[in-house]
Design a binder for this molecule. Structure first.
Ligand code: TYD
Length: 216
């Protein structure tokens, strides 16, 4: 099995989803079989859980329930889409995975690493991506870019995370950076604070290095 499981992580508004789409086209042009997917979601059941997970109608969501929902969605996604695709030698580019839970539910909501790691073991056997691109920028910049509240409101409503505070997003950013520091072999940190083309140059270079390392 040579296909890789590559995840794109970062704050909302970090540009990861735009670059994931570009990366898929770029890899397909290199002749690779690529499937793009996202979390929470990626299967009909996982998308249904995503709806529950993000719905602002719940006034109080216990942080553990939040984590349980997202890991239930992930388990189904892993079993139904990710593992079968990799077995069929299709590269997976996934918008968010377990690192998002460690950053948002861990650093953001305050759940302990031990509890989240135990849940991750139960749900995914601790499955890790082969490589992770972290799109990093200050929380203020991400909020300005991706979370124009009036725009999101007019586009179909805010989700439970759109209304979180800058302090929350700053903790999430730090959480991501700590994860990257702890696993330098898996993580590649992309400076996403500049314009799209400058960021794309970095993405192309990093992906090229990852692919060359596995092809050689
Ligand atoms: P995403 O689909 O990336 O955001 P967008 O609304 O911009 O399309 O993710 C939705 C939200 O879910 C996002 O604010 C981050 C949050 N999230 C978690 O809190 N934990 C997780 O494990 C995942 C995958 C997402």
């Amino acid at each position: 099995m040579t296909a890789l499981f590559i995840t794109f992580e970062g704050l909302d508004g970090s540009g990861k989803s735009t670059h994931l789409r570009r990366a898929a086209e770029w890899m397909q042009a290199r002749g690779l079989d690529v499937r793009t997917t996202h979390e929470p979601g990626g299967t009909p059941l996982s998308d249904a859980i995503r709806g529950l997970f993000l719905d602002p109608c719940w006034e109080q969501v216990d942080p553990r329930v939040e984590a349980l929902l997202v890991f239930a969605s992930r388990r189904q996604h892993l079993a139904e889409v990710i593992e079968p695709s990799l077995t069929a030698d299709t590269y997976i580019l996934c918008d968010r995975f377990t690192d998002s839970s460690l950053a948002y539910q861990g650093a953001g909501r305050g759940l302990s690493r031990e509890w989240l790691t135990a849940l991750d073991q139960l749900a995914t056997d601790g499955r890790q991506p082969d490589a992770t691109l972290l799109f990093d920028l200050p929380a203020e910049a991400a909020q300005l870019r991706g979370q124009s509240l009036t725009r999101r409101q007019s586009e179909g409503g805010l989700d439970r995370f759109d209304v979180e505070t800058l302090e929350f997003y700053s903790r999430v950013r730090e959480g991501f950076l700590e994860l990257a520091e702890a696993s330098p072999d898996r993580f590649r940190v992309i400076d996403s604070s500049q314009d799209v083309e400058t960021t794309w140059d970095q993405v192309q270079r990093v992906l090229g290095e990852i692919l060359d390392a596995t092809e050689s």
